[in-house]
Design a protein around this ligand. Sequence first.
Ligand SMILES: Cc1ncc(COP(=O)(O)O)c(C=O)c1O
Length: 396
Amino acid sequence: MTYDFTTVYNRHNMDSISQDVQDDEFKGAEQDRRIPLWVADMGFATAPAVTQHIEKRMKHPIYGYYLPSDEYYDAITKWHEQSYGWSGPTRETTGYENGVLGGVASALRLLAAPGSPILLHSPTYNGFIHVLEGMGYRMVLSPLKPDSQGTPRMDLNNMERKIREENIRVVLFCSPHNPSGRVWTRDELNEAMKLFEKYDLTVISDEIWSDLTLYGNRHIPTASVSEDASQRTIAFYAPTKTFNIAGMIGSYSVVLNPKLRKALTELEAKCHYNNMNVLSMHALTGAYSDEGRAWMEELKKVLEFNIDSMCNFFSSIEGVRVFKPEGTYILSPDFRNWCASKGISLSELAKKGIETGVMWRDGKYYNMPDGIRLCLSQPSSIILQAIERLRPLFSV
Ligand SMILES: Cc1ncc(COP(=O)(O)O)c(C=O)c1O
């Protein structure tokens, strides 16, 4: 490997939520035994190209008001063309967003009054739950259903029924999907978008995981599947997940419908809380470079190894069901049968794991009553260590 994915960084006292989280939930994990698999950031240093671009900018010691550069927008356009063969994002169609969740919150404000029902899938990314609850929307959940191979699928009949019964106008869509790890196929996206067209819904499409597709799976931008989809979708992207720079903040929207774009831009401009940080702009141009892409390709190999290792471990335990994610680095094994056979509750199992130092996360935070979520984005030596810590829990 050209890049370093093996160094184990001590993030204690380095502003790291992942390591130093104080929530009661993780009190059982002693600081020097902590293996943080609970939050979606990574234990890897970011791509050297990111650091180099920031350092280069820092050689000029003035950080006054600034203009987002052509280089910034060009990097986004080129990244999407190379990654997805999609030329949707341009300087005109791309808007800065203060975090993907910030963008989602703005889009919700634009599209629906508080109290309105919003359709989304379960299991559900917990950030969506916080935003919807925090802003007073009503979540209408359509559960993903495993097919005969155990692959979670959208249940179109259920979605349609919910749309009709609840008079849904807005859907909050996650692609690739956190926490199931599904990378939706073109057919699946087409079917879903046809349904949204039939009922004239606006689609908020969170595509923050779009780069981290694994095992040869390809991300397809929601807005790219048809002309109609391009006009009803507000999409959000970011380099933050892929390049481990969530602390830099820096996401962006892509809205191809001029009316929707103008309305979103105006709403966001009014509050003056949606301005990019100059270093974050340079972080993005470093990330979305050829060197950044080379780093990302190596990262994916490491993530695949980690996922394979953890999946093999859980598959060997009778009563545990595990779907191997097609993207993201998130694994959500289902312990329903195992817990039933051992007479133990899921929260007891989650707690026991945490007491070994493995900070995994009870599925109750994700509308996933039988699962526990693990983010496998640490050096492989740490993932293997986590497996050895968990193993004794399952040999009872
Ligand atoms: C689906 C999804 N959307 C948004 C976010 C958070 O994005 P941001 O930090 O840009 O608000 C995450 C983080 O894990 C995520 O998984």
